[in-house]
Design a protein around this ligand. Structure first.
Ligand code: SF4
Length: 182
């Protein structure tokens, strides 16, 4: 599946419309967890997780060091989930504002939760502005998690990102709820 993930980022680099496929990466893990599949998505189907393994193990880029323990602490994982959801809601809010005509389309991607990076070359296919805005926003979120995950893979171990990944955390919480745990 790492090929699918790499292809997604390559396609989004050239044409932002393809960023919409990222919705699948948000919905499928949640649906699998909701319907009782637990963390099967993480264990078998996540292209991003497999990409980290490819980079870290197969290419040998990982230093293989242990990550700091606080990265996997409950406080950091849940705090990061709230932080992530805040930016996700902000992205959806901007999409709504563009749809209402309050804001114009931003042909940029918001990287590392801080920088607006020009990405106008990828807007090749004219689509409804809010659809384009959502694509730019989603691609920024996906690319940011990839960059952070690759850096952590290199500095520590492959899939260090996974210990606090918001999707992994959400599927874990859903699985716990379904199992009747608090
Ligand atoms: S924790 Fe996140 S990045 Fe890691 S395998 Fe699961 S969904 Fe993918």
């Amino acid at each position: 599946m790492w090929v699918v993930s790499a292809t997604y980022f390559a396609l989004g680099f050239f044409n932002i419309v393809f960023a919409w496929f990222g919705v699948i990466c948000f919905l499928i893990p949640l649906l699998i967890a909701i319907f009782g599949g637990g963390k099967q998505y993480c264990n078998h189907y996540c292209g991003r997780g497999q990409l980290f393994l490819k980079i870290g193990n197969s290419l040998g880029w990982s230093k293989g060091r242990l990550a700091p323990r606080w990265l996997s602490s409950k406080y950091f994982r849940h705090g990061f989930l709230v932080f992530f959801l805040f930016f996700f809601v902000q992205m959806v809010w901007l999409t709504v504002e563009v749809a209402k005509g309050i804001e114009t389309l931003h042909e940029t991607i918001h990287l590392m939760w801080s920088f607006d990076v020009p990405w106008h070359w990828a807007y090749r296919t004219e689509i409804t502005p809010w659809k384009a805005q959502f694509a730019f926003g989603l691609y920024g979120i996906m690319l940011t998690s990839l960059i952070v995950g690759v850096i952590l893979t290199i500095v520590y171990r492959p899939r260090t990102w996974c210990v606090f990944c918001p999707m992994g955390n959400m599927t874990q919480q859903i699985s716990k709820l379904k199992a009747g745990k608090k």
